[in-house]
Design a protein around this ligand. Structure first.
Ligand code: KG4
Ligand code: ZN
Length: 357
């Protein structure tokens, strides 16, 4: 089955064509074409994504991206063989979602092929099956960490899962972005915070802090809900603790350039606090449900320190650890095609900003 996928849920206009085969028993995916047009430079001056700007850019980018896909497919005859269009219907920014949906429906009519709705979070989950990992054993614990979500799932099979817990307030990616903003770092903040946190590791005399422990050089920020016997998360308290710390230090954004050492220390300390909570809760779920695999996905899954601690924790509990390639963790359309192929759910073709599963 050839699937053309369209993703416009946030600030990336993405399209991909995948050949999907093997069904649920042995799914295989060949990427025939893929492209992502990022709007990050457009939203950066505003310190975050502006929904109506995103909509305007998607409208502008969609025909250009389609042309790129069309011309990058080596054998153009392939294009006319596409069976299905999959488009993200949620969760995401409604004005942005509608642009993709309207474009998909118009294209579907022109090409005379059906259009199906796909779930962005399922896209993140199923990105773990790219290109074709068959080592993932069930039950699996899946941690979705993005700019909008922090969810822990128990997966009993490729199509059966239940939510164990999610964040009660900010998503972890949102907390990374907000801390970055407090420090005068550009949007998106996650990669910037990680970059500075890495510098702490290099500068610190304790360059190799003991796994699971906190280096005495770090500021001790709270780890909200870490000892609560549930799988819920909360990151707004951690973010506020960083804010109060900076206020107590009389941190001045206008002089931020001169305060590099402080920024490095705050980034490393915040990142470690956030990771400790994510790792602790994930590992507790692995133990409780005797999981054989741990899956990490979503934009924050790009964070190498998070990967490192989850990998070490999984190894200790004899569970396999899986994380997609960087380009499949941040928003893309390849994962949307995979979700449309594997998902057990049918989604209405209308923008659903708060859609979960
Ligand atoms: O999945 P994604 O691309 O978009 C959403 O669906 O939200 O995730 C974007 C989020 C942003 O908050 C960004 O700061 C965060 O992922 N992120 C990171 C890293 N790379 C991206 N957070 C921490 N460390 C990173 N290396
Ligand atoms: Zn995403």
């Amino acid at each position: 089955m050839l699937i053309l996928a369209i993703e416009t849920s946030c600030d990336e206009t993405a399209m991909a064509v995948l050949e999907c085969s093997g069904g649920l028993r042995r799914p295989q995916f060949e990427i025939l074409a893929e492209t992502v047009s990022s709007q990050i430079p457009i939203h950066r001056p505003f310190g975050g994504v502006v929904p109506n700007l995103a909509k305007r850019e998607h409208i502008k980018n969609l025909p250009v991206v389609l042309e790129k896909i069309y011309s990058s497919m080596c054998d153009r005859k392939y294009f006319s063989k596409i069976d299905l269009i999959a488009v993200t219907v949620g969760p995401g920014l409604e004005p942005a979602l509608w642009t993709g949906i309207n474009f998909a429906e118009e294209l579907g009519k022109k090409m005379g092929i059906p259009v199906v709705g796909a779930n962005h979070l399922e896209g993140h989950i199923y990105s773990n099956w790219l290109p074709d990992i068959h080592k993932i054993e069930f039950p699996a614990i899946c941690l979705i960490v993005s700019g909008g979500h922090t969810i822990l799932l128990l997966m009993k099979s490729l199509t059966k899962w239940e939510i164990l817990g999610e964040t009660r307030d900010d998503a972890v990616g949102e907390a990374f972005d907000k801390v970055a903003k407090m420090l005068g770092l550009p949007y998106p903040g996650g990669p910037e915070v990680e970059r500075l946190a890495n510098q702490f590791a290099k500068r610190s005399i304790l360059s190799n802090p003991p796994a699971g422990g906190v280096s005495k050089d770090l500021i001790f920020f709270p780890r909200p809900m870490i000892y609560e016997k549930n799988y819920e998360f909360s990151f707004s308290g951690l973010k506020t603790a960083v804010l109060y710390y900076l206020r107590d230090q009389k941190f001045n954004l206008n002089k931020a350039k001169k305060l590099m050492k402080l920024k490095i220390l705050v980034c490393a300390s915040f990142q470690k606090a956030a990771i400790d909570v994510l790792v602790k809760k994930t590992m507790r779920a692995v133990e409780e449900f005797e999981a054989k695999s741990v899956l990490l996905c979503g934009g924050v899954a790009c964070n190498k320190a998070l990967q490192k601690y989850l990998r070490a924790g999984s190894r200790k509990l004899k569970a396999g650890f899986f994380v997609p390639d960087k380009k499949f963790n941040t928003d893309n359309a390849v994962m949307i095609a995979v979700a449309a192929y594997l998902s057990p759910n049918k989604y209405k073709i209308e923008a659903q900003g708060n859609l979960c599963f």
